[in-house]
Unconditional design. Structure first.
Lengths: 220, 220
């Protein structure tokens, strides 16, 4: 067995913050060629507390320097390592509708180690089309594509009623993670991770802001 | 001045949880015609703690009943009220590319009070096309559309370099909230809310899961 760091399990919210740190520090470096960043600068950008930032940095093994803060390149490298951005992993998209095609065309995924191998659709007449550089394949090739390409992740952009039967087929074929954009929950065995993406979650904050403004104006 | 509850300011994370409660309780009711739900059931579904659920319910004025929990219809009504789902508000989408068109076609927004009035694009040859029932308009109509329709929210799906100049124009025209899907930060005056949607945030958790599995298998 090779020597290795003790396994840490990072929580959902920590992982999301790491991705935000990665974006903001990456953007700042690109814009200002900044070499260091303090926990309070990061906290301010992300509207959180600097103790949270310092705990997260400790959890991924990044040390701060007195009167300087964190070295931006060390933070970025640690996040890339923890999230495995440099270990390419294979993904497929199920559902070649508007959202599936938009995700297939998204140029940013490769920066996170994600490679989209195929876009599958239940409509056989779509097969052979190219969306965002990815070929559309018929859905009956699902199992053979997962096995042949050692696909780890499926991005599910199908209607609610189609989602669970597809999840069952993919799990049986050895898939280990599902990014679920279908508007329904999925039941999967432990060891398979489902991330349910509700596009409407982002709306909660915006609707609340607009609603409060309207309420205030109406009562003035 | 009409009688009203004292204004409460709910935080970002609370608002996101409210949207998740709304989805899960809504789904469960649809599937099982369940009339009540306990804080621990909700907490389990959302992988959080039941004290968090009880605090959130108190913050939106929902009371629990002994040995029963919360009445599902009361929770849903309180969330609709706080987030203003029944006060229709007008939105536009800027950028009629794949993502903009996918969002224009999303049938679920109306359930949250969101009405998409127009889809604007910088390519004048796109004007007049219909995407998801919404007409594409040329970008030089931006200010007149915001003013004529009393638009509160803009959904920005443009390239990074186009985002800030558009945000400036929209804020000058009276816009109060931006849902930013462009891969860059925006600077806006206080009183205008920007929600920056990083599609890649969802990937953090999935990449971590896949990376840990691979690391474990490699060291076995």
């Amino acid at each position: 067995m090779p020597e290795s760091k003790p396994p840490r399990t990072l929580k959902h919210a920590t992982l999301e913050r790491l991705m935000h740190y990665y974006h903001y520090i990456g953007e700042q470096i690109a814009q200002q060629s900044m070499g260091t960043v303090s926990s309070s600068e990061i906290a301010k950008l992300l509207d959180t507390d600097d103790t949270v930032v310092r705990k997260d940095m400790a959890a991924i093994g990044v040390r701060g320097y007195p009167r300087v803060g964190f070295k931006a390149d060390e933070v970025l490298a640690a996040i890339r390592d923890v999230l495995g951005f440099d270990n390419a992993y294979r993904a497929i998209i199920i559902g070649a509708g508007r959202l599936g095609s938009a995700l297939a065309s998204y140029p940013g995924f490769s920066r996170y180690g994600l490679r989209i191998d195929a876009l599958l659709d239940s409509d056989p007449s779509r097969a052979g089309a190219i969306e965002g550089g990815v070929e559309v394949r018929p859905l009956d090739e699902l199992e053979s594509i997962i096995e042949a390409h050692n696909v780890g992740l499926a991005i599910l952009t199908v209607p609610a009623e189609a989602a669970q039967p597809l999840a069952d087929r993919m799990v049986n074929a050895g898939l280990r993670a599902i990014w679920n954009f279908a508007p329904t929950s999925l039941v999967v065995p432990s060891g398979v991770l489902v991330r349910h993406e509700h596009i409407s979650v982002g709306l909660a904050e915006l609707a609340y802001h607009l609603n409060r403004r309207d309420t205030k104006e109406a009562s003035e």
